[in-house]
Design a protein around this ligand. Structure first.
Ligand code: SF4
Length: 363
């Protein structure tokens, strides 16, 4: 591919760089310390699809409220979902709780160290099992996340786009992984990807692998890894119903256990679909019929983007008499909540936006 030959990348060069430049992260053991598998697992679950900066305060809150896996297993799921609110991908929080229970009940509160046994636990996929094996237990495992894929693609000038290139990038990562300090090596590649070999403008002059890096020599580092064009996300639409009781409490509903935002709380709404909602049709999904509450549409829309679709929510608001409020509250899955106690509810980000919008529009 190039005329200029150079050495192949060496794990030891990266480890030497890591010893000087490692990031200090709340879940990471300092040199000489023994990693805590619970902290490693908790951080790895939180870091899936989320940034280090976003995760730090959540990690610290979880660890101070539930300092051990047994404590987390004994927690109410609702409390876990409430603490998780804002991190997104709520199935992860449910699996986190389920996993804590399995580790407590079936493994005496001790995380298994074998990759295969970790993979059998709820919410632990191939990446997380490898990361825990290497980082928490110091066993050799090939840890491949987005950072590692980017570094491997550049180091070896892999032009095949993702996701097709995943297998070959994993094979390249495996070639470089040693028995020596596997946990540090895994974290070193992640750190290199996060701080030096960054997506848009890699700082090659600071890189311990600049000599063997083929993409740098070819001048195509910032273009790699190539990616298949993304499919356009569809937009779905819904209407939320902001119902207020005379004491200011707001009606919430628990979403079904299965499916998107399973078990989280929401402002009751129509189903979410591609077509726009016309008023009469939307009103048939209201928690109180138009005959019993005067629904009026609030200005503006609440927008939110999930992994697979954009969502646009209109909001309708109405007051309800105490007598009727009692009847609504008695129904299954509905809960009245005061605004100053909304923080105790497991409201996902999209529903927090709805609350903010309804308050801002000044109902
Ligand atoms: Fe990334 Fe540049 Fe290092 Fe290559 S030399 S691995 S492109 S930072």
């Amino acid at each position: 591919m190039t005329t200029a030959q150079s050495s192949s990348p060496k794990a030891k060069d990266l480890l030497a760089w890591y010893d000087r430049h490692r990031r200090r992260l709340p879940w990471r053991a300092l040199p000489g310390q023994t990693p805590d598998p619970y902290a490693v697992w908790l951080s790895e679950i939180m870091l899936q699809q989320t940034t280090v900066t976003a995760v730090k305060p959540y990690f610290e809150r979880f660890l101070s409220r539930w300092p051990t896996v047994e404590a987390l297993a004994a927690a109410e799921l609702d409390d876990v979902l409430t603490e998780w609110a804002g991190l997104g991908y709520y199935a992860r929080a449910r699996n986190l709780h389920a996993c804590a229970k399995v580790v407590t009940d079936k493994h005496d509160g001790i995380f298994p160290s074998a990759e295969g046994a970790l993979l059998a636990l709820p919410g632990i996929g191939a990446y997380t099992a490898a990361a825990i094996t290497a980082i928490a237990f110091g066993h050799k495992a090939v840890v491949v996340d987005g950072n590692v894929e980017r570094v491997m693609a550049r180091l070896h000038a892999v032009e095949e786009p993702l996701p097709k290139a995943k297998l070959s990038l994993k094979a390249l990562a495996a070639d470089l992984t040693l028995d020596h300090r596997p946990g540090d090596y895994a974290q070193a590649v992640m750190d290199l990807g996060a701080t030096v070999c960054t997506p848009k403008s890699p700082s090659c002059v600071l890189c311990p692998w600049q000599k063997p890096c083929r993409a740098r020599r070819l001048g195509i580092a910032a273009e790699l890894p190539r990616k298949m064009p993304k499919k356009k996300k569809p937009t779905r639409r819904g209407v939320c119903f902001w119902l207020t009781r005379s004491d200011g409490a707001i009606l919430l509903r628990r979403r079904p256990e299965k499916g998107l935002l399973g078990g989280m709380m929401e402002i009751p709404s129509t189903p979410w679909r591609d077509d726009e909602w016309v008023a009469d049709e939307a009103n048939t999904h209201a928690p109180v019929t138009v005959a019993r509450a005067k629904w009026r549409s609030l200005d503006g829309l609440v927008t939110h983007t999930f992994t697979h679709f954009h969502l646009e929510l209109g909001v309708k608001a109405a007051p309800v008499t105490d007598k009727r409020a009692g009847a609504v509250g008695a129904e299954q899955d509905f809960v009245w909540a005061h605004l100053d106690a909304m923080g105790d509810q497991a409201l996902p980000s999209v529903m927090r936006k709805v609350v903010k919008h309804a308050l801002k529009v000044g109902y």
